[in-house]
Design a protein around this ligand. Structure first.
Ligand SMILES: C[S@@+](CC[C@H](N)C(=O)[O-])C[C@H]1O[C@@H](n2cnc3c(N)ncnc32)[C@H](O)[C@@H]1O
Length: 273
């Protein structure tokens, strides 16, 4: 193994994987599907394409891609978490969708000039060397193929009215992420990363999913629970404080008059020459 790969393999993922991770990803998928669907339409996803979803998690978007690319196309989802991939495979079977899920570290992608469209959402934020993975993803694209990435800028949250528990949750997530070597503000850097990766016609748009009802209102409290152990082991807060934050967030979102957002999401795409 060379140095490039050994640094990349360090575990910087701040969230839980497996079944618990999948439950959170389902909430996240429900909250973000409208903006992801619009993006996939805009970048020209269509029937017959061969696609790759990198860091696919439980395959929420992978399976949506399969619905479009069938019957002649294909989609492959890759992730490092075998237990979450197993759930994705079961879901594909249940819905009779043509999608393949493989355990692959994004820094170890070996395919070259294989895919028409490579997609990756909420992965690069977790990686200590995201440029290397962007390069790998570009290599897997055919000439003329499109790379599409979506990722977060944690500084872009808001809620209304003000909620101290929400502010504290944002502070704790950012502190834990930075300590783990991940980048909660990576969204703003994606445009430059795709230009530096030699893609052409690089385009971007920014979306800010915000909710007054529905599953999107649960994202903050569920994410707070997911980072609990890391917050505790980093001595950033006590269990008691985390319980209080979650309770206050639950109270806050229970009112139909409150608004709570996810992070600002940068959607960036470009074509391989
Ligand atoms: C926040 S989840 C996003 C999942 C999915 N893209 C979505 O939007 O629903 C991030 C995923 O990246 C995976 N992951 C983390 N590091 C990885 C790596 N080095 N290679 C591949 N997958 C990785 C995690 O296991 C997790 O499933």
């Amino acid at each position: 193994m060379n140095n490039r790969n050994s640094v990349q393999l360090k575990n910087t993922y701040v969230l839980k994987g497996g079944g618990e991770g999948a439950k959170r990803l389902k909430i996240l998928a429900g909250a973000t599907w409208p903006t992801t669907q619009a993006l996939l339409e805009r970048v020209g996803l269509q029937s017959g394409m061969h696609c790759l979803d990198v860091g696919c998690g439980s395959g929420e978007v992978t399976l949506q891609i399969a619905r479009v690319t069938e019957p002649t196309g294909e989609v492959v989802g890759v992730d490092v978490d075998e237990s979450i991939l197993e759930l994705a495979r079961e879901e594909a079977q249940r819905h009779h969708l043509k999608a393949t899920f493989r355990k692959v570290d994004a820094s170890q992608l070996t395919e070259e000039s294989t895919f028409d469209l490579v997609y990756s959402r909420f992965l690069l934020t977790h990686l200590p060397h995201p440029h290397l993975v962007v390069d790998r993803m570009v290599r897997t694209l055919k000439s003329g193929g499109t790379l599409v990435v979506e990722d977060i800028d944690f500084s872009g949250h808001f809620c209304y009215p003000n909620c101290p528990a929400f502010d504290r949750y944002l502070e704790l997530y950012q502190a834990v992420a930075v300590r783990r070597g991940s980048d909660p503000f990576i969204g703003t850097k994606l445009l430059g990363m795709l230009i530096e990766a030699n893609l052409e016609q690089v385009q971007m748009q920014v979306v800010l999913p915000a909710f007054h009802e529905g599953v999107g209102k649960l994202v903050a409290q569920v994410t707070m629970e997911h980072i609990r152990e890391l917050v505790i082991t980093s001595n950033l807060a006590t269990h008691q404080e985390i319980d209080a934050i979650i309770e206050e967030l639950k109270m806050f979102v229970s009112s139909p008059q409150t608004i709570i957002s996810m992070p600002r999401v940068f959607q960036v795409w470009g074509r391989k020459k």
